[in-house]
Design a binder for this molecule. Structure first.
Ligand SMILES: Cc1ncc(COP(=O)(O)O)c(C=O)c1O
Length: 411
């Protein structure tokens, strides 16, 4: 039987290194990393100016919850972006600054499980549910919290969203937490408002915390995706509240600032209090100068819409260059292509190896972003590769042409 330690060592990026070990990349082509979702543009100049100006406060311990001004900037941004009634998000009660959402997504499973343990009979193991394919931190969070991890297939057949009608009631009754990723990594799918509201009602009925990871919410092409907090308010119109819901937001993708390590968690007061209690023990706090710079980023939409225009152009390039490749589909949001390679390459590992050896492109096999789902070794990622379109326009055109060359030859 797989131990928790074994399970945690099975990390996607390590598996990719093992897959490509000994495989020579195309000698005549520049190598391009497409396996990591790291925006390649610069973040606005005012960030470094503010950090230099505020440097004296590196001499102080940051507060665990976050600076008042940072929390206000986050609450104002949420209120404007998701058209929440003024005052719904109280910066002092409903928001916490986090050092990037990765650590927050991991840690919140611990506080949600501690809370659920107070409600379940002794000896009954809480579950933590997440979409499959997944951002692996959800799985790590579930294992780290000692819960039973339950992956829910999010396939083309279910619109790349988990089908909660297929989950046994008993599993939902034991659920401490359900992660949703909206827009989704790796699939780029968007879960609409009605489905979110349905999830909120389930969270309240079964007594679990719904954690909506919205770190790609600002990279959209047609209309802005709905938010977890608006769904929390509208799910039960007679009793609007943020109970049982938290959202995670990050500057890493929205502002192209993954190295700044700033985001926030916002939501219902009980969940935020539990989370804060645990953060006193375990969490990385955000240095003061970084919070001041981050507050300015949350208050500025100019760079965000510039970034969005950039990604929209990149997707148009992908449409042009890859439109004829069988299996190509533009994602609804985000900057990942979730490319169905079954017809052109057979399976995702072959695709990743060939794109590396023939084209010098490093892509993530879908299988490594997914888990077996009850049919032997098969996973819902087997027929896909994930490709991060995060470079400049010329590079993205070059990337797409190389993919097309290996997929269907030069046409
Ligand atoms: C779905 C998803 N959630 C959260 C994160 C974490 O981002 P950060 O820790 O930079 O906020 C990432 C990063 O790649 C991600 O893809």
């Amino acid at each position: 039987m797989l131990t928790r330690l074994d399970a945690l060592k099975d990390y996607p990026f390590d598996r990719l290194i093992a897959l490509l070990a000994g495989q020579q990349p195309a000698p005549d082509k520049a190598q391009i990393p497409l396996h990591v979702g790291e925006p390649q543009g610069a973040c606005p100049d005012f960030v470094s100016e503010i950090i230099a100006r505020e440097a004296a406060s590196f001499g102080k311990y940051p507060s665990v919850r976050g600076d008042a001004d940072y929390l206000s900037a986050a609450a104002e941004w949420l209120t404007n972006r998701f058209s929440l009634p003024a005052g719904t998000v109280d910066p002092k009660r409903n928001v916490v600054a986090v050092a990037g959402t990765r650590e927050a997504l991991y840690l919140i499973a611990n506080s949600a499980v501690l809370r659920k343990e107070t409600k379940l009979p002794a000896g009954i193991k809480p579950t933590v549910l997440y979409p499959n394919p997944l951002y692996h931190i959800y799985y790590g969070g579930a294992l780290g919290a000692g819960a039973e991890p339950v992956g829910l297939p999010a396939t083309a057949e279910t619109g790349f969203a988990p089908d909660f009608d297929a989950v046994p009631e008993e599993v939902l009754d034991r659920a401490a937490l359900v992660y949703l990723c909206n827009p989704g990594n790796p699939t780029g799918a968007v879960i609409g408002r009605e489905r979110l509201e349905d999830m909120v009602r389930r969270a309240r009925r079964h007594g679990f915390l719904l954690v909506v990871d919205e770190c790609y919410s600002e990279i959209w092409f047609d209309e802005p995706p709905a938010g977890g907090l608006s769904a929390a308010l509208s799910a039960e119109p007679d009793n609007p509240s943020l109970d049982n819901v938290v959202v995670m937001h990050s500057l890493s993708k929205r502002s192209g600032a993954p190295g700044l390590r700033v985001g926030f968690t916002a939501g219902g007061e009980e969940a935020i209090d539990d989370f804060l209690m645990l953060r006193n023990y375990a969490a990385a706090t955000v240095p003061g100068p970084l919070q001041t710079a981050a507050a300015a980023l949350w208050r500025d939409e100019t760079h965000v819409s510039r970034n969005r225009d950039h990604y929209t152009t990149l997707m148009a390039i992908a449409d042009e260059e890859l439109g004829a490749v069988p299996g190509y589909q533009r994602p609804a949001a985000g900057f990942f292509l979730w490319l169905d390679i079954a017809e052109c390459f057979g399976d995702c590992e072959t695709a990743a190896r060939r794109l590396w050896t023939e084209q010098g492109l490093k892509v993530m096999p879908g299988r490594m972003m997914a888990q077996p789902f009850g049919h032997g070794d098969e996973t819902p990622g087997d027929r896909y590769v994930r490709i991060a379109l995060v470079h400049d326009q010329d590079t993205v055109r070059e990337i797409c042409r190389r993919i097309r060359a290996s997929a269907i030859g030069n046409i």
